[in-house]
Ligand binder design. Structure first.
Ligand code: AMP
Length: 281
């Protein structure tokens, strides 16, 4: 296996084989040796480079026998990413069913999260606001944390979470490993890295943008009051495919959805006002 030689367990190698992974991606090749040693790490890499596995695999392998307290905390900018990262951890932990992994994020029920946290947990993946709430009210104990991961740090900055992130960093045990992933490195992220990371290994992965080359991009200029009509014509031309339409505001999602439904399309609206369980569905 291309994953031999990093010190991974047989169980993990088997899981990766079952998933059809043959070789580590460049960010993984760079990250595995550093993270298996417990070093701090800064990775500049985009989604699609395999960055989740780059930190998830070594962190799973370095978990200590469960002492009920969370050992790893991963912060993500969005609920969807938190769920996705937690799912990845679960998939990679297939050979270690005893590991407990939990996603905690706003909009979903507090009670279920508290019960799961009380039962004992190894890895928590969450959005900054909800993680802060749990730390404040004592339901997430940070004393056992050995590793913190900031995933998509530049997005957290862009979404205004950076103060929350710093507050959380201040609550962590002094001796801990910190891992930061970001697609870009604005000065605020560099400052964070300088202040909180201890002599980190730094890796930059240039993504090839293979997907972008496979996508033909076109635009149509139209007056505002003709846009829906134009959109309907475009949809007629692509009628057999699923389509994602992005709009600038929540209100416009509704306007567009109503117009398209009236034209006979099946439409689902996804915006921040939609209840979390419906968003997940
Ligand atoms: P990410 O960049 O973390 O969003 O991962 C992108 C996708 O690549 C995910 O669907 C992973 O399951 C997949 N992936 C990650 N590492 C590998 C690997 N070494 N070989 C094949 N697929 C991988």
């Amino acid at each position: 296996s291309g994953f031999d030689g990093f010190g991974f367990s047989i169980e993990l190698i088997q899981t990766l084989e079952n998933k059809g992974y043959k070789d580590p991606s460049p960010i993984q090749k760079a990250a595995f040796p550093e993270l298996m040693l417990g070093r701090d790490f800064v990775g500049q890499a985009q989604t699609g480079t395999g960055k989740t596995a780059a930190f998830a695999l070594p962190l799973l392998e370095r978990l200590k026998k469960s002492n009920k307290l969370a050992q790893v905390l991963v912060l993500t900018p969005t609920r969807e990413l938190a769920m996705q990262v937690a799912d990845s951890f679960r998939a990679y932990a297939a050979g270690h069913p005893q590991y407990k992994i939990l996603a905690i994020y706003g909009g979903s029920e507090f009670r279920g999260q508290i019960i799961a946290l009380k039962k004992g947990i190894d890895i928590v993946v969450g959005t900054p606001g909800r993680v802060m709430d749990h730390i404040r009210q004592g339901t997430l104990n940070t004393n056992g944390l050995r590793t913190l991961v900031l995933d998509e740090a530049d997005e957290m900055l862009r979404m205004g979470f950076i103060d929350d992130v710093e507050w959380i960093l201040e609550q962590l045990p002094e001796e801990r490993q910190m891992i930061l992933f970001s697609a870009t490195m604005p000065s605020e992220i560099r400052r964070l890295s300088k202040n909180y990371l201890n002599n980190p290994a730094e890796i930059i992965i240039k993504s090839e943008k293979k997907e972008a080359r496979l996508i033909r991009q076109r635009f149509i200029i139209s007056q505002n009051n003709h846009k829906i009509e134009v959109l309907k014509r475009v949809l007629e031309a692509v009628s057999n495919e699923g389509v994602i339409i992005f709009t600038r505001t929540k209100v416009i999602t509704l306007v567009v959805a109503e117009a398209l439904e009236a034209a006979g399309h099946t439409v689902a609206v996804l915006n921040g006002d939609i209840p979390q369980n419906q968003r997940e569905r």
